[in-house]
Design a protein. Structure first.
Length: 374
């Protein structure tokens, strides 16, 4: 694994697409959109510097202010001793980190979890036999953020777990140290198999938008709330995108909302990319084909393009690894984008021994667009 990490450190992958855009008052123009992705060692090493946090998956980011970024992780290894060994670590169900500074060569990362009876435990506490894995989050106003959580329970089939619902929390004092944050758990209506906010959230035109995935068929839906409702913690009036019928408040989910696209993973990101004047969606394509893929659209509601692979993780060549949770981030200076993905394994001995596995993999991304001839 160490040889693999070094072997790809000088590798950059470039992919180019030709897009046809209709601009007001002009004929159709051929535009060339290029995207590159390279390993980003400085950014990746930020996740390796803590002596007690020894890896976690998921890796969603939320801007706190101009200088700080919140990172959200699912299952995380925490060893509060001095050995830096996963063999002696506790696997907590979620954890967070606060990044200070945007230059990856100078930034600092502090990790946080809770303690119960003297042992590390999840930052977002379990509810009985169910636990939370973070989905996405968004800043609502100064020092106020919302975070969406996936509620998870054990299952006998598949990977040994399954989603059982969703939750959201408000944190209103993010100007303080994260150890002092007060977490307000919100009342959230049931949405059957649809995990609200598991993937990506955005603030646009005085609304909070959340992408949601049906975890069984991978259909992706879009829901929104007036920003004022979200700031008050009132998520009871979900407005679903209903295609040609526009937005409709629905509880329960009848009629069923219209998907904005299909084939979405439970975790992905959507952001507006000004260089191409489009919304850009990033995910790993599937567990069987974990390439980083992208879609784009002029509007959140679509139409979205079909997914296009632009980076094949080199870890795919190694047997027994699971690659997932591909995402884009605008949290570092020195690149247009950062991409992350998670590398995991069902082999318990391997994940305890191989320190390269289970830390976020970070790539440096560049996007550009140039006009071709008429």
């Amino acid at each position: 694994m160490k040889d693999l990490a070094l072997g790809v450190s000088f590798l950059c992958i470039f992919f180019t697409w030709r897009l046809e855009l209709l601009q007001a008052g002009q004929n159709q123009q051929d535009l060339e959109f290029s995207l590159s992705a390279c390993p980003w060692t400085e950014a990746q090493m930020l996740f390796h510097g803590d002596p007690h946090w020894l890896g976690g998956d998921g890796a969603s980011s939320v801007d706190l202010d101009m200088k700080r970024v919140l990172w959200l992780f699912g299952d995380s290894f925490v060893n509060e001793g001095d050995s830096r060994s996963r063999y002696n670590a506790v696997l907590v169900r979620n954890s967070i980190a606060v990044q200070s500074g945007r230059d990856p060569a100078k930034a600092r990362m502090r990790f946080f979890w809770n303690k119960r009876k003297g042992k590390p435990t999840a930052y977002f506490q379990e509810e009985g036999d169910e636990w939370f894995w973070p989905g996405s989050g968004a800043p609502l106003k100064r020092a106020l953020i919302i975070i969406f959580l996936m509620k998870i329970r054990e299952s006998r089939g598949g990977l040994g777990f399954e989603p059982s619902g969703w939750k959201a929390v408000l944190i209103a004092d993010t100007g303080k140290d994260a150890s002092m944050w007060h977490i307000k758990y919100l009342s959230c209506p049931p949405t059957q198999r649809i995990l609200v906010g598991s993937s990506s959230t955005l603030i646009l035109d005085s609304f909070l938008y959340a992408f949601c995935t049906d975890w069984k068929d991978n259909f992706v839906y879009l829901v929104r709330w007036p920003l004022g409702d979200a700031c008050r913690g009132d998520l009871s009036h979900l407005q679903w995108w209903m295609g040609t019928n526009g937005w409709m408040e629905g509880k329960p989910l009848e009629p069923k909302p219209v998907p904005v696209f299909t084939g979405g993973q439970v975790e992905f990101t959507v952001h507006y990319e000004p260089r191409i004047k489009r919304f850009l969606q990033i995910q790993t394509f599937s567990l069987n084909d974990p390439c980083l893929s992208m879609r784009f659209s002029q509007d959140l509601t679509g139409p979205w393009t079909l997914p296009i692979c632009f980076f094949q993780p080199p870890e795919k060549r190694l047997p027994g690894l699971l690659i997932y949770a591909g995402k884009a981030h605008k949290v570092f200076n020195g690149a247009d984008l950062a991409f992350t993905y998670s590398v995991n394994t069902m082999d318990k001995k391997k994940i305890l021994k191989e320190k390269v596995i289970y830390y976020p993999v970070v790539l440096k991304g560049k996007v550009s667009m140039k006009r071709r001839g008429p």
